[in-house]
Ligand binder design. Structure first.
Ligand code: NDP
Length: 326
């Protein structure tokens, strides 16, 4: 038996609870992992509360991230004792995820930990941090350089936003952070933001084009915010869109794209090809100041996950939540 959170949906309704799970119930997979830490991401909060259609198979162990040690492997790349990280690939959605002490997964989904980070650091980064790095890689791939001007990061006090702010500022970019929480200004400046803007400035419907300001952007909010970010991006600037914290809609016009040559890059971490993942994790090891992870993250136990999920959806959780599952 092992401890874990299980989401069920049946005649009694949709519910998540912490309990004991029998080893025999672990799903198919060629690697069994003794999980040390998982995380609570926005998506996990949607899954746990049932407020978003994240879980597509029941019962489900949520948790899109995990780090741990291989307990058993029939995959040629991994053997007992190896440290491994897993982000995405549908775990916590269609395949049992990380918010439990054991997981059985496909070896092809795993990234070797190999001393890049401690287990708890790897989860302080987690899917949010790795997605932030995918956004940074996309800005670079589209030619955005620090000398070209300011980079806007929305939802900056959240998980993706915090890591994006820390990495971009370390790389020499001038980061302007958008946040709805003025009380987090010092935190954001500590991560390297040079200016903090109120989220309200971006949340209402805006004009098709505004004053050109951003050389690039990382947007986790979507909806009017994303439309306004595109409308104020400079000629040939690049906007990476990875989130929907403010809404799934995109009420924009084509003006920024056809008149200013703005590029909108979609970022998906879940099915991102393995080589790009390995690159993102390597770059996190070189370009994220790990001392910043202490202010970005906090550690909780499995018992604290359910109430925190509600608070996360209310935008009340700062940075990253690491879950020590043991
Ligand atoms: P968090 O909850 O940690 O952060 C989201 C932040 O967005 C909040 O902290 C808040 O920042 C801001 N925010 C929340 N609600 C609103 C609102 N109504 N309007 C404007 N801003 C708001 O989540 P994560 O950082 O983990 O994830 C951010 C988004 O990215 C989510 O939508 C998530 O689903 C998505 N995501 C997508 C991935 C992908 O593969 N594409 C991978 C990982 C995440 P502040 O208080 O500073 O305003």
């Amino acid at each position: 038996m092992f401890k874990g959170i299980l989401i069920e949906k049946d005649e009694a309704g949709y519910r998540a609870a912490l309990g004991e799970i029998d080893d025999d119930r672990l799903p198919e997979g060629d690697v069994t992992v003794r999980v040390s830490h998982s995380t609570l991401n926005y998506k996990d909060a949607l899954a746990i509360t049932g407020k978003g259609p994240v879980v597509r198979r029941f019962p489900m162990v949520p948790g899109v991230d995990l780090v741990g040690t291989v307990e058993h492997s029939s995959h040629s790349d991994f053997e007992k004792g190896d440290g491994v990280i897993l982000n995405g690939w549908g775990v916590g959605e269609t395949h049992w995820g990380g918010l439990a002490q054991m997981a059985r997964v496909q070896g092809d989904w795993l990234v070797p930990l190999r001393g890049l980070f401690t287990p708890s650091q790897a989860m302080a980064i987690g899917t949010a941090g790795y997605t932030a790095m995918l956004c940074v890689l996309a800005l670079e791939a589209h030619g955005v350089r620090p000398e070209q001007g300011e980079i806007l990061v929305t939802g900056a006090a959240g998980g993706v936003g915090s890591v994006a702010t820390a990495v971009l500022s370390r790389l020499g970019y001038s980061v302007v952070a958008v946040s709805g929480r003025p009380e987090e200004s010092e935190y954001l400046k500590g991560l390297g933001a040079v200016e903090i803007l109120d989220r309200a400035e971006f949340a209402a419907p805006g004009k098709p084009l505004g004053k050109e300001r951003w050389a690039g952007a990382v947007d986790v909010v979507g909806s009017h915010t994303l439309a306004n970010v595109c409308a104020t991006t400079r000629y040939r600037g690049v906007v990476t869109a990875c989130g929907l914290a403010g809404g799934m809609d995109f009420p924009a016009t084509v003006a920024p794209f056809i008149l200013r040559g703005v590029t909108l890059v979609g970022i998906d971490s879940v099915m991102c090809p393995r080589l790009e993942r390995l690159k993102a994790w390597r770059r996190l090891a070189s370009d994220l100041d790990v001392s910043k992870l202490e202010s970005i993250s906090r550690e909780v136990g499995l018992t604290e996950v359910l109430p925190l999920a509600e608070r996360m959806l209310n935008g009340e959780v700062r940075g990253r939540v690491v879950v020590d599952v043991n």
